[in-house]
Design a protein. Structure first.
Length: 165
């Protein structure tokens, strides 16, 4: 049976339309290419936000195994795999801002990350990136609390798939 092991959340400003999660002692090179909204390299994942998003609420969750599907609708969902040598995440911004998270991951290894996001109704008319189809992002209902005072809400769920890198 799967269970949530830990949870960490904050409201923050992003810079240059993105933010990143880095493992301790990971180089800051920008990974290429982007797949969907994510750029992934060993020890790091960069999240590209829709144009016009400045303030986000970010929630990180650690799970024992793959978490159950959420019943809410989202503007987008994407999964990826990443290797975490230390399993100690920090939030980084393009402008150099950094903040260690208090999220407790079980140990080093390979992790799946599921990123779910929703944009606020006020932000939905802002354009997507150049590679997305034109038009506003979908804005599902049911996220009013998570979207209070922010342009977008991101939920990143992590679960270990292997203890080896």
């Amino acid at each position: 049976m799967t269970r949530r092991l830990d949870h960490w959340e904050l409201r923050t400003a992003i810079s240059h339309g993105s933010f990143a999660l880095f493992d301790r002692d990971t180089d800051t090179d920008w990974p290429e290419p982007r797949v969907g909204v994510l750029r992934v390299a060993p020890g790091q994942v960069h999240v590209e936000c829709p144009h016009g998003v400045t303030f986000v609420r970010l929630c990180l969750e650690s799970w024992s195994t793959e978490p159950p599907a959420r019943s809410e609708e989202w503007s987008g969902i994407q999964e990826t795999e990443l290797a975490l040598a230390h399993a100690e995440l920090s939030l980084r911004r393009v402008d150099g801002g950094s903040l260690d998270t208090d999220l407790m991951l079980p140990s080093s290894g390979r992790y799946r990350m599921r990123l779910l996001w929703v944009v606020s109704p006020e932000s939905s008319s802002w354009s997507r990136d150049r590679e997305s189809p034109p038009g506003p992002l979908p804005v599902p209902s049911g996220h009013a609390d998570a979207l209070a005072d922010v342009d977008a809400f991101y939920l990143a769920q992590f679960w270990r798939t292997s203890r080896t890198l």
